[in-house]
Write a protein that binds this ligand. Sequence first.
Ligand code: NCD
Length: 315
Amino acid sequence: MMHASQLDTDGRLRHLLGLDGLPRVAIERLLDDAARLRAQWREHGMLPQALAGRTVVNLFFEASTRTRTSFDLAARRLGALVVNFDIASSSTSKGETVEDTLATLEAMDADAFVVRHKENGTPAMLAAHARRAAILNAGDGNRAHPTQGLLDLLAIRDRKGRVDGLSVAICGDIRHSRVARSDVHGLRALGAASIRLCGPAPLLPDASEFPDCAIEDDMDKALDSADVVIMLRIQRERIEHLPNLDADSYHARYGLTRARLARAKPDALVMHPGPINRGVEIASDVADGAQSAILDQVANGVFVRMAALAQLLER
Ligand code: NCD
């Protein structure tokens, strides 16, 4: 399913399914709106209730801490009603299809659905079925996680002043990561100079999927002079045949330690979408260190989700 449907004929956002296919102006408009909402929130501790009277349904078919909470807070702080749909106790467990769940909740005048699903393409499929409601992808399989891509771009833009011209290393389990895929699309759209994808061979993607990225299994080479280092967790729940990787030897070869970080630029930004595994892909002192933007990423998440919800629902 293509993503053409996420923009309407006037170029306005109709759904948010992936950063691929979103033009640079659309991405920058979302980042600018997020930064404006953040400034207002930090100055006044409240925001205009742009979503008053609107209903947002969180449909999470996969575990989530930060993304679900972040969408929930974003919607509520703009005045929306939020329903956190409880999949385990829902009719999904009685055999109802996701499309029928959507139709049922749309019949109750839900305006937006925030969808996380283990199958690639579920949000796009729901967007094709939605009569009026907007669909926001909160992560589908290893395909896309657009709001994570946006919050990462915002963190980079804040701390580096720009994305244009930067060298970015993304390290860890690239193969199973929707975050890596959305980051690559966003970084490319905003003009990053080079993107290196690094990890052990079984966790690297097929080179044909990323023709414009360097693929590297040597972490020290990948980090060389990087402006931004994005670390990823090994996504065990998405790996059918887990290669023999014990945490200590993984950390020794692919963990971001202080010593290894020294290969990047002295002011390199360290990022991680969370959840972090301390002492596996990232050393605790690096995760908590001055170069880390991990909690800025989390903070930004609420504002990029506000920006997306507002653009989709303010009609
Ligand atoms: C990521 C996800 O679920 O895609 N987490 C997140 O949303 N912040 C990454 C992960 O699970 O490792």
